[in-house]
Design a protein around this ligand. Structure first.
Ligand code: ZN
Length: 349
């Protein structure tokens, strides 16, 4: 299997982070990519640089207004006397269907859901390369490979069509799914990150061609708080095509795998031609976010279970933060997935 990754993705190095109102180091560090790449290579994957695909992958799921904002906001922000080094919002609209502000400060509030997605000089470049990794991995699978791993960093699943949030700018999993729509009428996205994939849900909420399923810590008391509840089932044509499985804090392997069974049953009933895994590793018991309690052997079991679907699959890296288990958890997932994954010749067409 290929690991698709460009070291330029490390050029984004966010500094600002607030946790319960207190300043702290931003945990979405470039070191994550080094750890994950080492683990993927040690697991036998071979690295491939994504080609420069320009704006097309991002434009397949994001609005032009938002992409224009991301491309220019850092330069505009620097023109504000006394502005912070990174773009960080300090005001948000209470509704999103009103007037669109001209001000850089107003637009930052409009396009950034929280303070966890600061924009620096290299953020858009790194996010574009991360999106290219997702798109290229999807193109490989669309071209006939059984699976590919996109080492996406910065991550993407909290990014809506016109809104950054939670370390995410461009929604890599959604971009991969949209690319796979070119080869099949139905694509499923399964998000196993400890945080609800709210951006992914939002992008496909009114669509029946992309099923979105997410397992995550119950948002009643966990980020992203305002999305990820079980009664969010989709709308319009997409009603019934979004499935959330919120889990009690500290749920361990057995509880997670029981919910995964329900998720996989729903996905099988959708009869997709391809699958995207939003592969967060922060459900780990030792992850700094401490939401769920999946063990390293648990990730092997999760990988093996997902592989039993027998679908052409794009693995898209989401969360998972620096801790002793990070590389081992990716290796365990890839080992379990690779040992079981077989795509029947008729699938994927
Ligand atoms: Zn996460």
């Amino acid at each position: 299997m290929k690991v698709v990754y460009d070291p330029a993705q490390k050029r984004h190095y966010p500094g600002f982070f607030l946790t319960s109102g207190a300043r702290a180091p931003n945990p979405e560090t470039p070191a994550r990519a080094d750890i994950l790449l080492s683990a993927a290579l040690a697991a036998g994957l071979t690295q491939e640089l994504p080609p420069d695909l320009g704006l097309a992958p991002a434009a397949s799921v994001h609005t032009p207004e938002y992409l224009d904002f991301l491309a220019r906001i850092f330069t505009r922000w620097q023109r504000i006397e006394g502005a912070s080094d990174e773009v960080i919002p300090n005001i948000h609209p209470d509704r999103r269907d009103g007037a669109y502000p001209l001000s850089a400060v107003g637009q930052a509030g409009y396009h950034m859901a929280d303070t966890s997605c600061p924009i620096g000089a290299e953020t858009f470049t790194a996010a574009l390369r991360s999106a290219h990794a997702a798109a290229h991995a999807a193109h490989r699978v669309a071209g006939g490979e059984d699976a590919a791993y996109a080492l996406c960093r910065p991550p993407g699943h909290h990014a809506f069509k016109d809104l950054a949030g939670g370390f995410c700018y461009l929604n890599n999993s959604a971009i991969a799914a949209q690319a796979l729509r070119g080869i099949t009428a139905r694509v499923a996205i399964l998000d196993i990150d400890v945080h609800h994939g709210n951006g992914t849900q939002g992008i496909f909420y009114d669509r029946a061609d992309v099923l979105t399923v997410s397992l995550h810590a119950d948002p009643t008391r966990f980020y992203p708080f305002f999305w990820g509840h079980a009664d969010e089932r989709g709308e319009a044509a997409g009603l019934g095509y979004n499935f959330n499985l919120p889990l009690a804090r500290k749920t361990g392997d057995d509880g997670f795998l029981a919910a995964l069974d329900r998720a996989l049953t729903r996905i099988a009933a959708f009869c997709p031609g391809a699958l995207v895994i939003a592969l967060g590793l922060d459900a780990y018991e030792g992850d700094p976010f401490a939401g769920l309690s999946v063990s390293t052997p648990g990730f092997r079991r999760i990988g093996a279970k997902i592989a039993e679907l027998g679908l052409p699959t794009v693995l898209v890296q989401e969360g998972g933060y620096v801790c002793d288990g990070l590389g081992g958890n990716l290796a365990a997932f890839l080992d379990g997935f690779g040992a079981t994954h077989r795509v029947p010749r008729s699938a994927g067409a």
